[in-house]
Design a protein around this ligand. Structure first.
Ligand SMILES: [Zn+2]
Length: 324
């Protein structure tokens, strides 16, 4: 009886842990008896725990590249970031080099960015002017304005590795949908610090930014920023921080990027008007360049200059292929 009780308790405890961490488990079993468990709670795609069974012997192998765990991050209060792991980055010795490099992750099936890492030296820093990045739509992108946001626009196309560090401006593997607050209050002070240090010393800084997406959210909950200077072994620069992708007084739906004002329901919320092509029969919204838009019968085709949110209220939905 006592034993049964203990098992019950254990099961309840395990269930609680999974519910609390929002962890989803996918278990794939193949013919070789390999079970792979992907956990979505922690950030990177490399976070794979695999359990292999061979000849009745169990060989447990745990691979984790990063020990960052979003469930341990307190929810946002008033500081744009929190210090992680006593401010010590999760880099491994083998990551360090005196050669400059930069590397970005391919977008995943939801068009989301992954880890961006660079060993930043003066040679990577930009000399050219910034070109426009207005044509890039990172996952969860919405063009929306609020009176309370500095500069009005809630979202910025937010560089994972700041333009001033590697000059990667219109690289879609380096741009996420980030709030103005994340961009300016959260990330910018760290970027400035690193840029100033490199310019002054001509040293290298190993620098990694990981956008943290929960489950299949299109907007990142925040970014993990890690940095350590190479030549002086972290004397000049060393930090490990999590910056919140939040905007005070704005409620964000991280699954879609939709947002609303928290306190002031009368606050002017304005979505920027854009040229769309509507199919009045299928009730789909297309971008003018979408191939599906070109196939719409003339009698069902309507060209509009309108905010998407207004069209959605009228019963339209975005086309799955051009994703307006
Ligand atoms: Zn379309």
């Amino acid at each position: 009886m006592k034993y049964l009780k203990q098992i019950k308790l254990l099961i309840i405890l395990l269930l609680m842990i999974f519910t609390l961490t929002g962890c989803t488990l996918e278990i794939n079993t193949n013919s070789e008896n390999t079970i792979t468990i992907h956990t979505n709670t922690t950030n990177t795609a490399q976070n794979i725990v695999s359990v292999q069974k061979e000849d009745n012997k169990q060989n447990v192998e745990v691979e984790t590249d990063s020990t960052f765990d979003l469930s341990k991050i307190p929810s946002y209060r008033e500081n744009p970031y929190v210090i992680v792991n006593d401010n010590k980055p999760f880099f491994e010795d083998k990551d360090f080099t005196n050669e400059s490099f930069e590397s970005y992750s391919e977008l995943d099936s939801l068009n989301r960015c992954g880890v961006a890492i660079a060993n930043i030296g003066k040679d990577l820093m930009p000399t050219d002017e910034r070109e426009s990045i207005g044509s890039i739509k990172p996952s969860g992108w919405q063009t929306v304005k609020y009176e309370s946001v500095d500069g009005k626009y809630l979202y910025n196309r937010c560089h994972l590795i700041g333009f001033q560090l590697t000059g990667e401006n219109s690289n879609k593997e380096n741009l996420i949908t980030g709030t103005r607050y994340l961009n300016v209050q959260g990330m910018l002070p760290f970027e400035n610090m690193v840029a100033d240090y490199i310019k002054e010393t001509n040293n290298h800084v190993l620098y990694r930014v990981t956008p943290i997406f929960e489950n299949d959210n299109l907007v990142a909950s925040g970014v993990l920023m890690e940095a350590k200077s190479y030549e002086d072994n972290g004397e000049g620069i060393e930090f490990n921080v999590y910056c919140y992708n939040v905007q005070p007084n704005i409620k964000i739906n991280y699954k879609t990027g939709e947002s609303s004002s928290v306190n002031n329901t009368n606050e002017i919320v304005e979505e920027v008007k854009t040229k769309y092509v509507l199919n009045t029969s299928s009730k789909k919204i297309h971008l003018p360049e979408c191939s599906n838009a070109k196939d719409i019968k003339e009698k069902n085709k309507r060209e509009v200059f309108e905010a998407k949110v207004v069209l959605i209220k009228q019963g339209y939905e975005p086309c799955g292929s051009c994703k307006p």
